[in-house]
Ligand binder design. Structure first.
Ligand code: UDP
Length: 348
């Protein structure tokens, strides 16, 4: 029996194609929601069937926003109980969240195989992104299957001695393809600039980033900035800094709506990892409000620029038309089926 585990918005977005592929291949599986993102769960929960198991009750109560250690301890305790109660052959985890690491560690202690989706990403900077660089490096040490999204990640895994490494592509391309088909999304260009800024390592400078955004909006009046603001209070408390008429601050949107915005964007501004990949699926330029990226392919194909907090200096570049691109460097939309086939023993 396979357990597919997720706890945050990006994990659900990147794992729903795997759930669909397991269903299509008729592979027995169960799903688990750890409750790590309670606020954003509602926006994406319909992408997957209702979970068979949930630890969400551990996250309700007086302390809504948990510390890293608090989330880790809650997930470990609940995972230990689940792995003791139910027998799973393999747990599928995605990426580099506290959910992915805690479930992997408890699986290792309980003799459950670990399948790591989107393995091998590295910034080689433990503080950027924090704590994800540590989480994903630790998972690599114990994963029984390592599913690399890119050739670079594949080589990193092989060099680090990881077991059972497979180059499958990133399931984000499968997710985008699914919605391109169902929503008939095509790439268009409008003055819309979707912005997301919320990464933990940016919390200390969110104020600076918002002030910079306000300056940019005031200077580039023809652009329309839309910021689906993250529920994190460290982000929300600076919302009042965004007053320009061409900045719209909205609540987080569902995934189909997010893709709709990306598909017709002038360009994107983000500190998110997933949005750097989605940008390439729609041939959009993306200004990366971070000091580093573990997804350098977006830079190599000319669609990304690392700006840190100096986003303004990248605006002229972003306004120039993007180079023409045929396919995303992150995959071909078949990653989830490759993963399902490898897990079923049908492929090597
Ligand atoms: N996203 C969304 N609605 C929003 C903002 C983002 O569906 O209002 C999606 C976005 O398209 C991407 C994912 O959420 O697929 C990114 O999540 P996040 O920034 O939390 O995590 P990261 O990508 O940094 O892991």
């Amino acid at each position: 029996m396979i357990l597919i585990a997720y706890g945050t918005r990006p994990e659900i977005i990147k794992l729903f194609p795997v759930v669909n592929a397991l269903v299509e291949r008729g592979l027995p599986h169960r799903t688990l929601f750890t409750g790590q993102h309670t606020d954003l769960y509602e926006d994406v929960k319909d992408l997957v069937p209702p979970p068979d198991f949930s630890f969400a009750d551990s996250f309700t109560g007086e302390q809504k926003h948990n510390t890293l250690g608090g989330s880790y301890v809650k997930i470990c305790r609940a995972a230990e109980a689940l792995y003791t109660r139910q027998r799973f052959d393999t747990v599928v985890v995605q990426g580099d969240t506290t959910t992915a690491w805690a479930l992997s560690q408890m699986a290792f202690y309980n003799g459950v195989r670990i399948a790591h989706v989107e393995a091998g990403l590295r910034s080689y900077d433990l503080m950027n992104p924090y704590p994800e660089e540590l989480n994903r490096t630790l998972i690599t040490q114990i994963a029984d299957y390592n599913f690399a999204p890119t050739r670079r990640a594949f080589e990193i895994l092989v060099r680090s001695g990881a077991r059972n490494v497979h180059l499958v592509g990133n399931t984000i391309v499968d997710a985008v393809d699914y919605f391109k088909k169902t929503l008939r999304l095509t790439t268009a260009v409008t003055p819309l600039v979707p912005v997301t800024l919320h990464r933990r390592e940016n919390h200390a400078i969110i104020e600076d980033l918002f002030r910079e955004l306000e300056r940019i909006a005031t200077k580039y009046r023809k652009l329309k900035f839309v910021l689906p603001i993250h529920p994190n209070p460290h982000v929300r408390k600076h919302r009042h800094l965004l007053t320009a008429a061409n900045i719209q601050v909205i609540d987080p949107v569902g995934y189909p709506e997010m893709l709709r915005m990306i598909s017709c964007a002038a360009f994107l501004i983000t500190d998110s990892g997933g949005i750097q990949e989605e940008a390439t699926c729609f041939n959009k330029k993306v200004i990366i409000a971070r000091e580093t990226t573990e997804r350098p392919e977006v830079l190599e194909i000319g669609l990304g620029r690392i700006a840190g907090r100096n986003m303004e200096k990248a605006i002229e570049w972003a306004c120039d038309p993007p180079p023409s691109l045929k396919a995303s460097p992150y995959g071909d939309g078949r990653a989830a089926f490759r993963i399902a086939d490898i897990l079923s023993g049908e492929a090597s």
